[in-house]
Write a protein that binds this ligand. Structure first.
Ligand code: ADP
Ligand code: MG
Length: 360
């Protein structure tokens, strides 16, 4: 194997400890790796799965030294890990995959859209608005983005940190309320959202088929796939764009890319260098799951085949799930139930998901 291969028996460290980490750890253990997790919070899904656990803030020097000593490769399950930490690890010759450079771009809606536009990928029309700006000063420009959505440039997820806007006054009110740098996006004439996972390492590149995503109140409610659900030329374009992005950013690892299918064609929405909620059904429905692909890609192993062998609908379990619902689901033989083991349910919080495999 190539020098940069991290062979089974080595230790993978995941930064962040949510459900994505938990499912990547399961795949890592299956492939014979030791694991460690570092997260500021101890009481979250991936912690109990890891061979070795560090509960400490991401600027903790002792924790950093421990990772440097024990881990053969460091990866992330959350794109908002401090870039400084990743750079520190890199400066100490630790393999960080994906790299600090990839995370830096993916942490900002403005940077990721500017980056992909620079090599010809179409995005939702977007402008950057600085914290505290007086937007009436560029009223004419803003008018062209109405009706729009004002989004915080960083740290938005599950529809949080975004707000529909129809007038300049509404833009100003939302900007002031967020109190941080924002982007203003024109509302796309959405037919649907699709996503793909691209994996890349020194052995090659592989792009998954595209899945269709349905949202409710800004949160992913379900993802589905069946043959010919998505027009072939649209899927191919999404795959080409994802592959191009992965090469340009010199990805080592996986990258989830979301696109809007609109009446005017395909538009890049956002990317995340980690497994993605829309591909949870790949555990049951793909030859290689996104979690195994995550492990293979960051360890420099040959990439798996993420094509789907069975059509599916994956549904998120959001907020509190009643015992009655769980029992109902468990009594049906076919749906695959995944519960993340989160201690506390909050409205809209992802507590688990159900994969329904469908017949062709
Ligand atoms: P998040 O980080 O919460 O996933 P997104 O930017 O992906 O943020 O937005 C969540 C959802 O809101 C999208 O999947 C889409 O359904 C809708 N949305 C976001 N931006 C736009 C837009 N510019 N035009 C139309 N719909 C949008
Ligand atoms: Mg999104």
């Amino acid at each position: 194997m190539n020098n940069s291969s991290i062979v089974p028996g080595s230790t993978i460290c995941i930064l962040g400890a949510g459900q994505l980490g938990k499912m990547s750890l399961t795949a890592a253990h299956q492939l014979g790796y030791h694991t460690m997790v570092w997260s500021p919070q101890g009481d979250i899904p991936a912690m109990e799965m890891a061979t070795h656990r560090i509960v400490a803030p991401f600027n903790d020097r002792g924790a950093l030294e421990e990772v440097i000593k024990r881990a053969d490769v460091v990866t992330t399950e959350w794109e908002n890990i401090p870039v400084e930490l990743l750079k520190n690890l890199e400066s100490r010759d630790k393999l960080v995959r994906p790299s600090s450079h990839v995370l830096k771009i993916a942490q900002s809606r403005w940077m990721e859209k500017s980056f992909v536009s620079s090599f010809g990928i179409a995005t939702t029309p977007t402008i950057f608005i600085k914290k505290g700006d007086v937007v009436t000063r560029f009223a004419d420009i803003i008018d062209e983005f109405m009706p729009g959505i004002l989004k915080t440039d960083r740290l938005g997820y599950d529809g949080k940190g975004q707000c529909p806007v129809n007038t300049i006054k509404e833009v100003q009110t939302a900007l002031d309320a967020y109190g941080c740098d924002c982007v203003l996006e024109k509302c796309a004439d959405l037919i649907c959202e699709i996503s793909v996972i691209v994996a890349r390492n020194q052995t090659g590149i592989h792009v998954s088929p595209a899945v269709v995503n349905r949202h409710k109140d800004g949160i992913l409610a379900s993802s589905l796939w069946s043959p010919e659900l998505i027009q072939l030329d649209i899927e191919e374009l999404a795959q080409n764009w994802a592959a191009k992005t992965a090469k340009k950013v010199e990805l080592q690892g996986i990258l989830a890319v979301e696109f809007f299918v609109t009446s005017e064609g395909l538009l890049f929405n956002e990317m995340a260098p980690r497994p993605h909620n829309s591909f949870h059904a790949s555990i049951e429905a793909s030859y290689t799951s996104q979690f195994e692909q995550h492990v293979r890609s960051v360890c420099g192993l040959p990439l798996g085949d993420m094509r789907f062998h069975t059509p599916f609908e994956m549904r998120n379990l959001l907020g509190s799930v009643s015992e009655e619902n769980l029992m109902e689901c468990l009594m049906e033989s076919q749906p695959r139930l995944h519960l993340y083991g989160k201690k506390e349910a909050r409205p809209g919080r992802k507590m688990g998901h159900i994969t329904h495999l469908l017949s062709r």
